[in-house]
Write a protein that binds this ligand. Structure first.
Ligand code: FAD
Length: 441
């Protein structure tokens, strides 16, 4: 590390920008290790956030930081699996996957959770505080301070209040899609393939899931390229319902958000049926301009975690999975460095691990959009079912799961090519052909 680090004031061992799931997880891990950690969060929690359905693998990180009990006490809805419906399938006909069908090694429960993110994020940030992290809310980080190429701290400001430079040997960027470091260093690249757009809100009066499927997430395919809908049961009879589509479809439609949302719901028989008596209880929430990548995830004195590192389409509920695992691996790299290991090697290993897993998610998502029925076919074939279930369980960052994911990606790529090479293939009408794909880019 730079020699001048000894001359500067040291406000913490690690400064974390952002107190979402990524920031709160890494702050918890660092505090448990006895490190002094300062979390600077722009908002005052609880604050609303999209992303309510979790993967089972997040349980492992939550257990490690002693948070799982608090999630149980909070009474978040248990999510044992996921279902999906085809647009023209009869009402009530769906494909289902129970996430515990092939329990992951060391699994201690066969469900994950659906969470109201305002409550969940506030609880997790409070947990980091309880473990010893110093959490300042309402503090906006304006920029990361560098000396040469080494990050040495941040310039932070309270609305209408003090502005201060704060220093630490490590700065963690967990600022979500604000992408603090990547924007400052010009490292953020918009995804050339996707330009997705989400519209969602909370509802009451949604037709409950069929008996035996309580707590399941439902995905509804809409018979429209790059589009799907979600239906997530939350506590107290509230449902999170949203649609995702290519932004150009919304723009071309010339409709209001509400009309566009309704027109997409109408495209799927089951979706239409369950929404028949639904009443919206919150304003519309719009999410655009997402899916991007960041050229580098770490450098001297800085590490990027969670959405600030990359954002891929949320079809497989991977956001909090990536946030918690990147936090875990970044913690390991920082902790080892602070204990004297080689910083460059630790950060390079961090970057490889996270990039490998997220890239696999990205390829799966890209395949999904090219041929949605492939996933259905692979899920119902006994030969491939375990692989599909394991992917949906999350955590593609460890070598075994990454290898398994890559294997099925290769297989699915070959299946897609076979479908495209044969005009009479029954799956062909649902496939996004390369010419159309190029036009969308
Ligand atoms: C349409 C849609 C649906 C989704 N569905 C799911 C889902 O079902 N499941 C799932 O797991 N994920 C889902 N996601 C993704 C999920 O929302 C994110 O991946 C997740 O919130 C990432 O956590 P994070 O901690 O990295 O970032 P965030 O949760 O965004 O937290 C970042 C924090 O940093 C703070 N911050 C930002 N800038 C500054 C600054 N300058 N100074 C101080 N603080 C700052 C923010 O206030 C915020 O609290 C979805 C996303 C979209 C767009």
């Amino acid at each position: 590390m730079g020699s001048s680090s000894t001359e500067r004031p040291r406000d913490a061992d690690v400064i974390v920008i952002g107190g979402g799931p990524a920031g709160a997880s890494i702050a918890s891990l660092l505090a448990m290790e006895g490190r002094s950690v300062l979390v600077l969060e722009r908002d005052i929690h609880p604050r609303d956030h999209v992303g309510e359905s979790l993967t089972p693998s997040t349980n492992m990180v939550f257990k490690r930081i002693g948070f799982l009990e608090k999630m149980e006490d909070a009474g978040f809805v248990h999510k044992p699996g996921a279902c999906w419906t085809a647009p023209r399938a009869p009402v009530g006909k769906f494909i289902s996957i129970r996430l515990g069908e092939f329990p992951p090694p060391g699994a201690f429960q066969l469900y994950t959770y659906n969470v109201e993110r305002d409550a969940f994020d506030a609880l997790l940030l409070r947990h980091a505080h309880d473990l010893g992290a110093k959490v300042l809310q309402g503090v906006n980080v304006h920029r990361v301070l560098f000396e040469g190429d080494r990050a040495v701290g941040v310039r932070a400001k309270v609305a209408d209040g003090w502005e201060r430079d704060l220093y630490a040997p490590f700065v963690v960027d967990a600022s979500g899609r604000r992408c603090m470091v990547a924007n400052q260093l010009g490292l953020r690249r918009k995804d050339p393939e996707f330009n997705q757009y989400g519209i969602y809100s909370w509802f009451r009066g949604v037709e409950p899931n069929p008996p035996g499927y309580e707590g399941f997430l439902f995905l509804h395919f809409l018979g429209l390229e790059r589009a799907w809908g979600w239906q997530i049961p939350l506590r107290d009879g509230v449902w999170s319902i949203g649609v995702v589509t290519d932004k150009s479809d919304f723009t071309k439609s010339g409709r209001s958000h509400e009309e566009f949302f309704d027109s997409l719901v109408e495209r799927n028989r089951t979706f239409r049926h369950v929404m028949k008596g639904a009443e919206r209880i919150r304003p519309w929430w719009i999410e655009g301009d997402y899916t991007y990548e960041v050229e580098r995830l770490a450098g001297p004195g800085w590490v990027i975690v969670g959405d600030a590192a990359r954002f891929v389409d949320p079809i497989f509920s991977t956001g909090v999975d990536i946030a918690t695992y990147s936090a875990l691996y970044a913690f390991e790299a920082i902790d080892a460095t602070l204990k004297g290991a080689d910083e460059g090697a630790e950060l390079a290993a961090y970057e490889r691990r996270v990039t490998g897993g997220v890239e696999a998610w990205y390829q799966l998502i890209s395949l999904f959009y090219r041929l949605q029925n492939l996933f259905t076919i692979y899920a119902i074939r006994p030969r491939f079912r375990e692989q599909v279930v394991r992917i949906l369980q999350g955590n593609l960052y460890i070598p075994e799961s990454l290898e398994r994911a890559r294997e099925i990606i290769d297989r699915m790529e070959r299946s897609y090519e076979r479908v495209m090479a044969d005009p009479s293939n029954l799956l062909r009408p649902g496939a996004l052909d390369p010419a159309r794909l190029a036009a969308l880019r």
